[in-house]
Design a binder for this molecule. Structure first.
Ligand SMILES: Nc1ncnc2c1ncn2[C@@H]1O[C@H](COP(=O)(O)OP(=O)(O)O)[C@@H](O)[C@H]1O
Ligand SMILES: [Mg+2]
Length: 383
């Protein structure tokens, strides 16, 4: 698929911008702070309803403006879709698809599929578990939009359950409130949580060989990458290297039971601390290279190759589903050495649409230039 038009109103530094895009490679060039990432971020937002840079919507709205609008037209299989999203910080966002108002904004998910890689993605490898959960969940949702509802349900259950635990934790021992309500929420958490965990486990199993392949192509240092899902409901030795998906049952009913058992075990601790300690919000995707955790052991170059491999594997999975996602490479070439640049260029050249940004055009491999836009002070000009 490819994005054919992008229109922004009061998005980040853009009061108004309008852009026509073609399939193939398009590069955005301009010095730092001119608005390249803002453009690419907006396209990613139309696909995932979230930014790769910030976790709230407020920074996306131009300073002084009340709301931002992102409009993206895309073609998949010659079918045109028009996504329009109104970003209203502090109030509900709104979305239209092909001019029809959607009952829920999240119904837009799955229409435009993008895979974005940016320097911020180093946090995918080196940062908190939340980064890796976001990676899995966004990919899951792009591939199967029903997971948007699963995630929303889980978030809601978790919030309610945490509120209940917090109240219970504040009341000391004897005056403890009736815990039967908590039992009910345990059931909800196990049920919605199991659907999410099952989705993630299946995804990790599919990603495993792809990441190994992508890493072998990108890095020249050798090293074998392994992905392991760490399930907070499985009691395990901290140093265990066994993959949960290989040891435990990945069937939803079995996972739900595992979650219920883990919640039972965790209850005293949860009541003491007032938060939910078990469930997919506490899980992680453990990344290792030759059996060493990447976080803490890998070099900068290895970490880059790893992060990139995770994103390229996402691309491959979506491609295998039948339609190339739009590949977005924001300012990554400057971070790679010449050999890695070439290998990345080779790898992505045949994607249906690749959007690339760079501060310095010389950083771009010569065979990855394509259409060129100059971005300067929030204006975008075709050159
Ligand atoms: N909400 C906002 N309102 C106005 N300007 C913004 C907003 N968010 C970011 N900017 C501005 O956008 C610019 C950065 O744009 P960016 O796309 O990150 O640049 P680059 O070309 O380096 O990728 C900065 O000048 C920043 O101040
Ligand atoms: Mg940038």
């Amino acid at each position: 698929m490819y994005v054919s038009h992008l229109q922004l109103v009061d998005y980040r530094s853009y009061a108004a911008a309008r852009l026509e895009l073609a399939p193939g490679v398009t590069t955005f060039v301009g010095s730092n702070g001119q608005g390249k990432t803002n453009l690419l971020e907006a396209i990613g937002y139309a696909a995932t309803l979230s930014s790769h840079r910030v976790s709230t919507d407020a920074p996306l709205v131009r300073r002084g403006a009340e709301r931002a609008v992102v409009r993206a037209a895309s073609f998949a299989d010659e079918r045109r879709s028009l996504i329009e999203i109104e970003i209203n910080p502090g109030r509900a966002n709104r979305a239209r698809l092909n001019r029809s108002v959607l009952p829920r904004v999240r119904d837009v998910l799955g229409t435009l599929r993008t895979v974005l890689f940016a320097p911020e993605d180093l946090a995918l490898v080196k940062g908190d578990p939340g980064e890796r959960r976001k990676y899995l969940d966004e990919l899951l949702t792009l591939r199967a939009p029903r997971f948007a509802a699963v995630r929303a349900d889980y978030e809601r259950v978790l919030k309610q359950r945490n509120a209940l635990l917090k109240t219970a934790a504040q009341v000391s021992g004897r005056a403890r409130p009736d815990l039967s309500t908590l039992d009910v929420w345990d059931g909800h958490l196990a049920e919605t949580g199991a659907a999410l965990v099952a989705g993630r486990l299946g995804l990790v199993a599919e990603l495993r060989p792809l990441v190994a392949k992508a890493y072998a192509q990108l890095a020249d240092s050798g090293g074998f990458p392994e992905l392991r899902y760490r399930d907070s409901s499985v009691a395990e030795a901290p140093e265990s290297t066994e993959a949960v998906g290989d040891q435990g049952d990945t069937d939803v009913t079995a996972i739900a039971q595992r979650l219920r058992d883990a919640l039972d075990r965790a209850r005293p601790e949860e009541l003491r601390r007032g938060v939910s300690l078990v469930g997919p919000h506490r899980d992680d995707l453990l990344l290792s290279l030759d059996e060493f955790a990447v976080k803490g052991y890998a070099s900068q170059g290895e970490s880059w190759s790893y992060g990139l491999s995770l994103k390229l594997s996402a691309f491959e999975l979506l491609r295998a589903d039948g339609e190339d996602p739009v590949l977005i490479l924001d300012d990554v070439f400057s971070e790679l050495d010449a050999a890695r640049r070439q290998r990345l260029a080779q790898h992505v050249r045949d994607a249906e649409q690749v959007l690339v940004s760079a501060a310095v055009p010389e950083d771009l491999p010569s065979d990855l230039r394509g259409e060129r836009y100059q971005v300067s002070e929030g204006t975008v000009e075709h050159v």
